[in-house]
Design a protein around this ligand. Structure first.
Ligand code: BES
Ligand code: ZN
Ligand code: ZN
Length: 500
């Protein structure tokens, strides 16, 4: 669906449908909804009076105009109570409207910007959220459906604004919205692909395509190079699989005046069977999505390379399967990470931290600062925060505050977990420097404490997306399956950091 900005009067648009809205609990429709109401002889007011339209969140009413005004139809989207309205409500309204357009077969529509002027959301962020919601709400994964969808998605959506003085700003918001949504869709596509297709090599190919498109430097390390560098973590995890491991390094250099580069590190386990500590069969298929962090890093780099802020960002993605063949890692084995630290394997299903250990060491060796990793790391984080909120862990409060700061715009929830030194006791090993799991308690935190061993003094944030990457139920602007969580937050953080 193409999205563009037009200046004009929504009621005058010659389109198959226009989209307006209504807050719950208002007596009289205002703004564009009021204008439609007047020109339609009070139709919306009448439906409000009879209780058919209440403005409730998720409510959509389709009115046929029968030639009374230029648009053929009017969709009235309920926004819920104004007091509870936030930036995610704009995304949800955009998604609901576009899903409805698709359902009724509309190809060309126009919309107002929901919530612009309602409270604290500025118009540029509102339009970006509208674009993200509209595009992401239409997302479906149909790569393996041999029967085509019965409806095509709308071809064109015009976002109509009355006054022309903010056109540049609006177009900037649309551009960011489109780029962010495309990045999220890339992660969803990668996560939804089955693991027999989305192998480490396939991830490397996708990262290579992205890099070629944007003229980025990319390095793909193979086993030989990893052995040379002493990456015992990623090598250890990959040794039970027939798939070759890959370490993907993508470099976006947008600021030649600075020697500093931000490092993004993403867990790229293309299938997590648990290894010798094999997982139960139920739900194991979801472990094809254990590369969501790695995919997010590739997609954020692509978004940043498209928008070109003045900043340097390096993406590092260790990619491998975790499988249980005769040469697989075993509980009790001891391996050595790139920084020389020895790790006793207690449970081979705690593999993400082993590959991240090497990737973080590599980031430290490259001098990247800060380091931000994103990983489907622990079931414990999913238990603690559910599937709506990402867990965050840090050794640098200011850095995490800055990341949490941008979630006011991105609308993605992040909650900080503690990192008290005593948690480290759980991963003390009898035979090595550290062991890869603690006891049953605080599993998300002990995983983070393990990662902390490999970042030295570098300011670092770890984002655990085990809960948020594949929710139990689809969200208002996310279909079933991979969500692409944290892409919009990380991209927004980098733009903000670059001062753009
Ligand atoms: N990939 C899993 C974590 C996960 C769980 C992601 C559920 C998405 C949904 C990770 O590698 C894992 O298996 N972690 C273990 C660690 C345990 C053995 C200490 C876990 O959480 O059970
Ligand atoms: Zn695992
Ligand atoms: Zn895993």
């Amino acid at each position: 669906m193409d999205i563009k900005v037009s200046i004009g009067d929504i009621v005058k648009q010659k389109v198959e449908a226009i989209i307006v809205n209504l807050f719950e609990g208002v007596d009289q429709p205002g703004g564009a909804t009021g204008a439609v109401d007047r020109e339609m002889g009070g139709l919306i007011s009448d439906l409000m009076a009879s209780g058919e339209i209440r403005g409730k969140e998720g409510e959509v009413t389709i009115l046929h105009t029968k030639g009374k005004i230029a648009p053929e139809r009017v969709l009235v989207i309920g926004l819920g109570k104004q007091s509870a309205f936030d930036i995610n409500a704009i995304r949800a309204a955009g998604a609901l409207a576009c899903q409805t357009l698709k359902r009724i077969g509309v190809q060309k529509a126009a919309t107002i910007i929901h919530g612009a002027g309602a409270g604290s959301i500025d118009i540029e962020n509102a339009i970006q959220a509208l674009v993200e919601g509209s595009l992401l709400g239409l997302y479906e994964f149909r790569n393996y459906m041999t029967v085509p969808a019965d409806r095509k998605e709308p071809a064109e959506l015009d976002i109509v604004e009355l006054s022309g003085d903010k056109k540049d700003m609006l177009e900037g918001g649309v551009r960011r919205g489109v780029v962010f949504a495309e990045a999220v869709k890339l992660v969803r596509d990668m996560g939804n692909e089955p693991a027999n297709i989305m192998t480490p090599s396939r991830m490397a190919e996708i990262a290579t395509d992205v890099s070629k498109r944007h003229g980025l430097l990319i390095t793909i390390m193979d086993k030989v190079k990893m052995t040379e560098l002493g990456m015992g973590g990623i090598l250890g995890v990959s040794q039970g699989s027939h798939q070759e491991p890959k370490l993907i390094i993508m470099e976006y250099r947008g600021d030649s005046t600075s020697k500093e580069s931000v490092g993004l590190v993403g867990k790229g386990i293309t299938f997590d069977s648990g290894g010798i500590s094999i997982k139960p069969g139920e739900g194991m298929k979801d472990m094809k999505g254990d590369m969501a962090g790695g995919a997010a890093v590739i997609a954020v780099i692509e978004a940043i390379a498209t928008l070109k802020p003045k900043i340097n960002v390096i993406g590092i993605v260790p990619a491998t399967e975790n499988m249980p063949d005769g040469s697989a890692l075993k509980p009790g084995d001891v391996i050595k990470a790139m920084n020389g630290k020895t790790i006793e394997i207690i449970n081979t299903d705690a593999e993400g931290r082993l590959i991240l250990a090497d990737a973080l060491c590599y980031g430290v060796k490259m001098g990247l600062t800060p380091l931000i990793d994103v990983a489907t790391l622990t079931g414990a984080c999913r238990i603690a925060l559910g599937d709506i909120c990402t867990g965050a862990f840090t050794n640098d409060q200011k850095l995490l505050n800055d990341i949490i700061g941008v979630t006011a715009k991105s609308g993605e929830y992040i909650w900080q977990m503690p990192m008290f030194p005593e948690y480290r006791n759980q991963i003390k090993s009898d035979v090595a420097d550290v062991q890869n799991v603690g006891n049953k308690l605080a599993g998300a935190i002990t995983a983070a404490k393990f990662l902390e061993e490999f970042v030295e003094k570098t300011p670092w944030v770890h984002l655990d997306i085990a809960g948020t990457s594949i929710p139990e139920k689809p969200g208002p602007f996310a279909a079933k399956g991979a969500t692409g969580v944290m892409v919009r937050t990380l991209a927004a953080f980098l733009l903000e950091k670059a001062g753009k």
